[in-house]
Ligand binder design. Structure first.
Ligand code: PMP
Length: 351
């Protein structure tokens, strides 16, 4: 087929109707000069204690993109901020997949929202199975017609990471579609980030979030990091004001030097508790794949006994319908008091 190098990858991959679309020009995007702002049907009265809450926020708060860019070592122009990494997943599918025609690819078991997001937009799902070590299968032909390939690294719910070189080989082989590396749990992992590959691969998209290591799940703040052509395409689809003022202010404070230091301290503490939990699970007879996330997936022969004991003890852990995960319980790392209680329950089963 005809290939014009002046046309960006995002333009080649986007839903064709988006290329024609004039994006909604929200009041904050148009901007203007003046000191009387009457272009957005806002109230001049602020009923809250938060400065300017009567005004619509910037579509993409500049200070937040810059702070997060500084944290990652990536220019702000390569970042989109939205309501969690979940919104980024949805935006990618809505930007690049034509309903009823295109599909995404994923490797399961993995995070459920890739498939659910796709299904809600009538986009196909090519689900390939991770191998017994939760690595990519040798045969990737099933991915052939997917517009977007999702890799979750570290993978939820297994906690496993892809072996080094794997992500780059997928980026290379599928250089004519988007490869999304979901790094929601990156701060817990010892392995490097795919962000290092951004300069070399125009098809790379990385997802990050403040929901996990930064402890802001309730704020709903996540990020998509990609080349500018992909960023601009997603900006055609994003809601006019996806980041509420209180959220960007909270997020900014969390991304201060003190906030980042605190996050690193919390991550270190959680990994410590995670090791205690893991040891107790293994002592109780579980098979526990090495996890680089803030959770473990524990496989038990007598899984119902363990699940019942945890439930009886007031511990709400995660089970799955996936036949490969029938014997498994996923437990998030918690503080020392919670971990003590979980360990006591596990010891009660064996002892
Ligand atoms: N990706 C993965 C792998 C996740 O586990 C989660 C949260 N469960 C998300 C994305 C969504 O994160 P957020 O809270 O930022 O929407």
């Amino acid at each position: 087929t005809f290939f014009d190098p002046r046309i960006s990858l995002a333009e080649r991959l986007a839903r064709p109707e988006l290329l024609e679309l004039e994006p909604y020009q929200s009041a904050r995007r148009i901007g203007g000069q003046g000191d009387i702002w009457v272009n957005a049907n806002e109230s001049p009265f602020n009923a809250s204690a938060i400065d300017k809450l009567n005004r619509y926020p910037e579509c993409q708060p500049k200070a937040l993109l810059e702070a997060y860019g500084a944290y990652l070592g990536v220019p702000a122009s390569n970042i989109v901020c939205g309501r969690g990494a979940d919104e980024a997943i949805e935006l990618l599918i809505r930007s690049f997949c034509t309903p009823g025609k295109d599909s995404i690819a994923l490797f399961g078991p993995t995070y459920g929202m890739y498939a659910i997001s796709a299904a809600t937009f009538n986009v196909g799902v090519r689900a390939l199975a991770l191998d017994d070590n939760f690595q990519l299968p040798a045969q990737l032909d099933g991915v052939a017609d997917a517009k977007i390939i999702f890799l979750c690294n570290p993978n939820n719910p297994t906690g496993t990471v892809l072996s080094s070189g794997t992500i780059e080989s997928v980026l290379k082989r599928f250089d004519d579609r988007l490869v999304v590396v979901d790094e929601a749990y990156a701060e817990f992992a010892d392995t490097g980030s795919a962000l290092e590959l951004l300069d070399s691969y125009p098809n790379l998209v990385v997802l990050r979030t403040l929901s996990k290591a930064f402890g802001l799940a309730g704020a709903r703040c996540g990020f998509l990091i990609a080349r500018e052509d992909v960023v601009q395409m997603v900006m055609r689809v994003i809601a006019p004001y996806p980041v509420p003022v209180p959220v960007s202010e909270l997020a900014l404070a969390t991304l201060s030097d003190a906030g980042i230091k605190r996050m690193r301290r919390d991550v270190a503490e959680l990994k410590l508790q995670g090791q205690r939990l893991r040891d107790a699970l293994v002592a109780a007879g579980a098979h526990v794949p090495a996890s680089q996330g803030n959770f473990v997936l524990a496989f038990f022969e007598q899984v119902e006994t363990v699940a019942g004991a945890l439930q009886q003890g007031g511990v709400v852990a995660r089970r799955y319908k996936d036949p490969r995960l029938k014997q498994a319980i996923r437990i998030s790392f918690s503080n020392s008091a919670d971990t003590d209680r979980i360990i006591a329950l596990l010891n009660g089963i064996t002892g």
